[in-house]
Design a binder for this molecule. Structure first.
Ligand code: ZN
Length: 707
């Protein structure tokens, strides 16, 4: 075996991460000159640029080109060779900052305008009957007050528009001068156009009265509908056309119930076929249907139009295809199966609120520049790429990360290290064009030991998850799983051979930084997309695949190793959350109560002999036997137990990008199966080894590699 160190290393990049407490980045404005850049590689001014020649020139850290310092930017150097204004200029002293962009950075050299949010509501029978439409319309009346706004601005500059649809589309004129909203119908969905320009996208503050009027009317207008067929692609098309006409970027919020079977472009049919599972053709289940949706993604990215999809299905609706445009436009897919207002309403509204209110930028282009010796070779996330270097993003928000794979193809200098600069050009929610710049310098070493010492297991796992989820579009699942095992064994064997002190071959030796790598890897292989089981829903698998592709490191980590929090012996006073336990059945006890969460699912598991005072405190019931099956709320009781557990749950909800629906499970309940699949150290319910078995297997592989 060759002792090959991993050739690629990676960085996750949250171009839009908001750090708590949310502090705005420093904004640098050089007026009409725009940001100062290297003439050759176009890197932006940053702390790594070396000023020479008494401050008259600077040498680029990325390509070594020597550039003249513009006259207005000249500054003397101190005895250390540093500019005297070092601390006054964010671009010389900080890792992250923003530049105001000039017209050169705007589409067609025209100033950008504020984005628009278009709410597109499927008013077919399912959504009306479930009560979704009424719930949503009611919520929008208050939610629209919280549209994101520019730092320091009094109101949001985002324009809003409304469309309802089933087989045909209804546009609404909500101009502030109108007493009543006006509806315009488009029934020819083959050639989608927007029937009104003036009055469709409006300021919420100005048109509030007409919009409230409309939102009051919508649920009643369609109350008696029995239309069950819907279109889908024309809905997205209509949204893009509206943004095009208004010359702005924006986001579509689509609330959709069923597979679009009505006669129109992008019509879909049920192609769910469980017979394909575990065959070479399984990959087709994850592939979107080609054609219409591919073109739509391109149109959306060109316009800076992001698509968020809220789905309320009662059966298969081909998420692989329906989620394709959101996946390419920095959007998200939310799914509420068999939606009922009573049990899922609040869960959905929490998601919607977060989604509408979150910090976001539009119409973005990202570029990663590196010093010599290495370069960015691959990008994973809600991105679109026309060439190999410009990463186009219809939108970028604080919850979506882009994983960047970097390869080194030349010697790196241990002396100077390696530099990276990630520049994101985007339009703010206030319609300003900005450049957000992140800089990073990394140490380099020729010692393998050093590499293993500073290895980030969480980032590695995020990368492996994304490469594996991309690979299943091309290869059979079995091969993808084999590759993951091989890579694990290779990395660990490399460590064993080159770094570990000689010891008995029977011992499994893992680098300190990678101790948890195998448990995550094993958990990854047991996730729904990678497990070939006919018991799993095709839509759920496709949904998880799409979600993970845009996830950040912290989120994949939690997804692959849920937090299991014991509640039966916790301190009731104070805010401390009990330390999580290992995710294994061994840790459960009949006399215990546990909270389990992975950022998407949230369970409260109650053992049969769970302390009665806990049941009393949480539910005001004398014993567990009195708890109604399918309870999924914690009543607001004024007991220490109730206050404490509700505080833990609400703090979890706040930290996670998504809302989680609480499921309360008693041990030996039917529902317990759902809960147990999250105990990732145990044998998988739908296949996949226990952690111990996996470890033994990997150890055997390592020994084979070493002999
Ligand atoms: Zn340069």
């Amino acid at each position: 075996m060759e002792s090959e160190p991993p050739k690629a290393f990676l960085r996750q990049c949250y171009p839009f991460l908001s750090l708590p407490p949310r502090t705005p980045l420093y904004l640098v404005n050089h007026g009409e000159t725009g940001p100062i850049r290297c003439n050759r590689c176009k890197a932006y001014m940053c702390p790594y640029m070396q000023f020479i020649d008494g401050g008259r020139r600077f040498q680029c850290a990325f390509c070594n080109c020597v550039n003249e310092v513009p006259v207005f930017y000249f500054q003397h150097l101190d005895h250390m060779g540093r500019r005297m204004d070092f601390y006054e200029r964010p671009e010389l002293s900080l890792g992250s900052y923003e530049f105001s962009a000039t017209l050169d950075y705007c589409k067609n050299n025209k100033p950008a305008s504020a984005p628009a949010y278009i709410f597109m509501i499927d008013v077919s029978f399912t959504n009306i009957k479930s009560g979704l439409v009424r719930l949503l319309c009611d919520e929008l009346k208050t939610l629209l007050d919280n549209l994101p706004r520019e730092e320091g601005a009094e109101s949001s500059a985002i324009k809003v528009g409304f469309v309802t649809y089933n087989k045909i589309l209804h546009f609404y004129n909500v101009k502030s001068a109108l007493a009543q909203p006006q509806m315009m119908v488009v029934s020819d969905t083959a050639e989608m156009f927007v029937p009104l320009l003036d009055g469709f996208l409006v300021s919420y503050a100005e048109s509030r009265a007409v919009i409230h009027n409309l939102l009051d009317q919508i649920p009643d207008m369609f109350a008696d509908t029995n239309e069950s067929e819907t279109v889908f692609a024309p809905v997205i098309q209509a949204g893009v056309e509206a943004l095009k006409a208004a010359e702005c970027s924006g986001k579509l919020f689509i609330f959709h119930a069923s597979i679009p079977t009505a006669e129109a472009p992008g019509k879909l049919k049920n192609r769910d076929d469980k017979k394909l599972v575990s065959t070479d053709k399984e990959k087709t289940l994850f592939h979107p249907v080609k054609g219409v949706y591919e073109q739509l993604s391109k149109d959306c990215v060109a316009q800076g139009c992001s698509v968020d999809l809220f789905l309320f299905p009662s059966q298969y609706l081909d998420i692989a295809t329906m989620g394709d445009v959101p996946a390419h436009t920095g959007g998200a897919v939310y799914k509420y199966s068999n939606f009922q207002v009573e049990t899922d309403g609040e869960h959905f509204l929490r998601d919607l609120r977060k989604d509408v209110e979150k910090p976001i930028g539009f119409d973005a282009i990202m570029r990663v520049r590196t010093s010599t010796g290495f370069r960015a070779t691959d990008f994973f996330g809600g991105v679109y790429m026309n060439n190999t270097t410009d990463v186009e993003l219809a939108a970028v928000d604080c919850d979506h990360a882009i994983t960047v794979e970097l390869k080194h193809d030349d010697t790196l200098s241990e002396e100077t290290g390696a530099f990276m600069q990630c520049a994101l050009l985007y339009t703010t929610v206030g319609g300003q064009r900005r450049l957000r710049v992140h800089n990073l310098s990394l140490n380099c070493s020729s010692q393998l030991m050093e590499l293993f010492k500073s290895c980030e297991t969480d980032s590695l796992i995020n990368f492996f998850a994304k490469t594996a989820y991309r690979a299943i579009l091309k290869q059979p699942l079995k091969s993808v799983r084999e590759i993951l095992v091989n890579q694990t064994a290779h990395m660990l064997a490399c460590y064993r051979k080159n770094c570990a002190s000689p010891s008995a071959a029977s011992q499994l030796i893992l680098p300190e930084t990678m101790k948890v790598f195998p448990v995550y890897m094993n958990s990854l292989m047991k996730t729904a997309p990678l497990v070939g089981s006919t018991e799993l829903s095709t839509d759920d698998r496709a949904h998880q695949r799409l979600a993970v592709m845009a996830m950040g490191v912290e989120d994949t980590q939690l997804l692959l190793y849920p937090r299991l929090i014991p509640l039966h012996n916790m301190e009731l006073e104070g805010e401390a959350v009990p330390s999580p336990l290992r995710c294994s059945e061994d840790r459960l006890s009949d006399g215990g109560a546990f909270l389990l969460e992975n950022g998407h699912a949230l369970f409260l598991w109650l053992g049969q002999a769970c302390p009665p005072e806990l049941i009393q405190g949480l539910f005001n019931l004398p014993s567990l036997a009195h708890l109604q099956p399918n309870t999924n709320v914690l009543p607001e009781l004024d007991s220490p137990q109730s206050r404490k557990v509700r505080a833990i749950v609400s703090s979890l909800m706040q930290q996670r990008p998504n809302s989680m629906k609480l499921q309360i499970v008693r041990s030996k309940d039917k529902l317990e199966v759902l809960f147990r699949q999250f105990l990732v150290e145990d044998k998988g319910l739908y296949g996949g080894a226990s952690y111990m078995d996996f470890l033994c297997y990997v150890h055997r592989e390592i020994r084979t590699l070493l002999t």
